[in-house]
Design a protein around this ligand. Structure first.
Ligand code: HEM
Length: 478
């Protein structure tokens, strides 16, 4: 006898878990083996839809500690005092691959942070790159299709990728980053993280500034070169997942220092380019990095599915003192993530242990829905306003106000300068990085139809003649 009997999902003890209930020793199996039926049926439902992007990932808990005073800029409670610590959960990921794909594939890496603050959960859902390929959310599904599998061959298809990129010149900046060795980071600990978009911060007096986030790795940047990444994909496709888990088990806790760039509210109108354009970085000379605090990961999850797979991050999860900006991509994302979570996890996904607030309580009038597994508000009113007057909205949660102008319509970005920032990036690369970049580009373009290559070469020419020459030479050698 055991003091921990195996039970059915209803809690009733199970008699036999090794031998199905059969008619006689040779079978057949009877329908009344309800434990067997429950077990097989639950097994059939173990898979939920994987994330449509960022399906392969790894996560860990830790804390964020404020090291510098930023109360001039934001009233966010978790940033209110030097020394203040807030629990976090972070999920890193690749973007285009499926759940079982190799960690060392050339791809941006997701860098999603959930801060469990006392005023609710704040999610910063960023990447390891400060910019993105596109700047209008209408283009996102098409772009992602090019990163996924070909509809006929079911293969990754460089023709699709380069066809799209060569016809989408705003992608050039991110394409250069992707094909540099930063596109194959040495695990998740040795890369930076960026919020990428411009966000807003509001201080206690209601003053608004624009902000960009930079998490700089304290482990130092380290990347695989192309052949090393390919080799590692064969030897250990889970390299980054293992590296993160093992480092934390060894108590080598990875950390990042958070810096922000702050742009005064009025500057947005007169900056040299649209500061809400996510294909561009703000020059550090114009808006220097200001230190804020430290992010440390020191605890592995106990159960991958419960905590990592079911984690749901959204740029819409903000707290008082932190808000959005007019960035069109960010605005599109405000819809996309909650919608994805409701499809992937269900209407009550915010009740799951990894997603619910840890340092505060959710109080509202949303009720019912599939898998409502808390007390569903108990006997309290399910409408507002009510005679008890609670819970009620609060002035502190007022978002930033900013002027808008113009006619509602479909607008192209006026800024058609696709090349200045990629050129600057190319110029700051040391010689060996330029050589690797050109080599990585040529290796990919080798698999692409001539017409597309020619179109893409025109972009490289405009970025820098030396880059174009090196890529052409690489292609000729092939
Ligand atoms: C995941 C949509 C742009 C970073 C996702 C998911 C969707 C999505 C639907 C899956 C969510 C889930 O199932 O939990 C979009 C759309 C975009 C966009 C529509 C543009 C309009 C971006 C950008 C970044 C980014 C610009 C980074 C700056 C991430 C990350 C994840 C993710 C890190 C994984 C979060 C996790 O670990 O669970 N995106 N995305 N996305 N996205 Fe985006």
């Amino acid at each position: 006898m055991t003091d921990r009997p195996m039970t059915r999902e209803t809690g009733a003890p199970v008699y036999d878990d090794q031998h199905s209930r059969t008619a006689g020793p040779r079978g057949p199996v009877t329908l009344e083996d309800v434990h067997l039926i429950e077990k097989l049926a639950h097994f059939n439902r173990e898979r939920i839809p994987e994330r449509v992007v960022h399906a392969k990932g790894a996560g860990a808990y830790g804390y964020f500690e404020v090291t510098h005073d930023v109360t001039r800029y934001t009233q966010a409670a978790f940033l209110s005092e030097i020394g203040k610590r807030t629990e976090v959960f972070v999920r890193f990921s690749t973007v285009g691959g499926e759940q079982g794909s190799a960690d060392t594939e050339r791809d941006p890496r997701g860098f999603a942070v959930k801060f469990y603050t006392e005023e609710g959960n704040y999610d910063l859902v960023g990447n390891n790159t400060p910019v993105f390929f596109i700047r209008d959310p209408l283009k996102f599904p098409d772009f992602i299709h090019t990163q996924k599998r070909h509809p006929q061959t079911h293969l990754k298809d460089p023709n699709m990728m380069w066809d799209f990129w060569s016809l989408t010149p705003e992608s050039m900046h991110q394409v250069l980053i992707l094909f540099s060795n930063r596109g194959t980071p040495y695990g998740y600990r040795h890369m930076h993280g960026f919020g990428s978009h411009t966000f807003s911060w509001t201080n206690g007096d209601g003053q608004v500034v624009w902000v960009k986030y930079h998490f700089l790795t304290d482990q130092g940047i380290r990347n695989f070169r192309r052949h090393e990444a390919v080799d590692m994909a064969g030897r250990d496709p889970d390299f980054a997942t293992r590296d993160l888990f093992d480092a934390i088990e060894r108590k080598e806790y990875p950390s990042w220092t958070l810096y922000v760039q702050i742009m005064p509210f009025e500057d947005a109108e007169r900056y040299t380019f649209d500061p809400f354009d996510v294909t561009k970085v703000w020059l550090h000379g114009d808006y220097p990095l200001i230190p804020v605090g430290k992010l440390v990961l020191n605890r592995n999850p106990q159960n991958y599915f419960a905590e990592v797979e079911q984690a749901a991050f959204s740029p819409a999860h903000v707290v008082p003192g932190i808000g959005f900006s007019p960035d069109k991509m960010l605005q599109g994302r405000l819809f996309a993530y909650g919608d994805a979570h409701r499809y992937r996890l269900g209407a009550n996904y915010n009740l799951l242990p990894v997603n619910r607030p840890h340092a505060s309580t959710a109080q509202n009038y949303q009720r019912d829905g599939a898998m409502r597994f808390d007390d569903n508000g108990g006997s309290s009113p399910n409408y507002y306003p009510n005679r008890l007057g609670h819970p009620a909205p609060t002035e502190r949660a007022r978002g930033p106000e900013y002027p808008v102008q113009g006619l509602v319509g479909h607008y192209e970005y006026r800024d058609r300068d696709f090349y200045t920032q990629p050129r600057k990036l190319y110029h700051v690369m040391p010689e060996h990085e330029r050589a690797d970049l050109a080599d990585n580009l040529a290796a990919s373009l080798r698999q692409v139809d001539r017409e597309i290559v020619e179109r893409q070469m025109v972009h490289f020419e405009q970025i820098d003649a030396d880059l174009a020459r090196r890529v052409s030479e690489g292609l000729r050698k092939a």
